[in-house]
Design a protein around this ligand. Sequence first.
Ligand code: D9A
Length: 315
Amino acid sequence: MGALSRPEEVAPLVKMAAAAWRIRRQIPPQEHWAFAYDMLQKVSRSFALVIQQLGPDLRNAVCIFYLVLRALDTVEDDTGVPTEVKLPILQEFYRHIYNPDWHFSCGRGHYRVLMDNFRHVSIAFLELDQGYQNAIEEITRRMGAGMAIYICKEVETVDDYNEYCHYVAGLVGYGLSRLFHATGTEDLASDQLSNSMGLFLQKTNIIRDYLEDINEIPRCRMFWPREIWSKYADELEDLKYEENSERAVQCLNDMVTNALIHAEDCLQYMSALKDNANFRFCAIPQIMAIGTCAQCYNNVQVFRRVVKMRRGKTN
Ligand code: D9A
């Protein structure tokens, strides 16, 4: 319905459907791979299609990397898990991925299905080449340790904000750069540029999700750094009230400007990529993010309803 009222978005949507169909035939036949790709599609919508366009070895490694990260996220996010239970799971997650007998039930919906059937992800992980396994292990270890720090700590300063985003997203950039390099198609990107790829995406999500996060019950954590919002309001919640619209938009613009600091690094990262499939894989989320930044800038609606890019508009 949404797309039909916008004829220019129909062709991209049909292309996406055709791509989805072609790709379904390239998945390894075993049960654990079927589970992995099915899960990927359920938890990541359009991004699953982009992953599946990668070359065969890299695609399997990225699929498992993505699911491992989602599982780690699910543990981090589940406010029903007591901190003393959560911390050791986050810190030791990089060991659990080697053990198909390990499991921990948490999260909701598809995420709970992922956690309850995590053995399939482990079995698939153990089939990856050593170089891929090492990269995924190291990133999972560092991310789990970083998440554990921020379970107990709030994002106060802009430095904290950069550090938190480094743990949950910049490290993903490091990991992917290592996977690309292990495949043999790319030079190893610098840590600085890889980090920026994650920070730009993560900061954009944090900006867009203000309302969703502030209205969450029980409200767990907010990621807008105090050092920025305190210039405009006494409490972060105050930004959502209509009487504070002007200051709210100023604060929003400050946040978007902060995110855009990383855009130049992202362009430099992407311009060094040699393989076209890798380029598309990196560029599509970046295009979504820059589009989201453009949509959010100076837009008070961020504080009223959830601002999302429509799918047909992204292709
Ligand atoms: C990514 Cl393996 C992510 N994150 C994303 C998706 O893109 C990055 C999580 C795991 C992996 C990759 C991504 C893609 C390409 C290159 C990258 C990269 O670095 C070189 O990561 C930095 O958002 C999550 C983090 C930002 C935390 C890293 C894109 C994605 N899009 C969603 C859309 C949405 O609104 O969430 O997942 C989707 O299509 O479902």
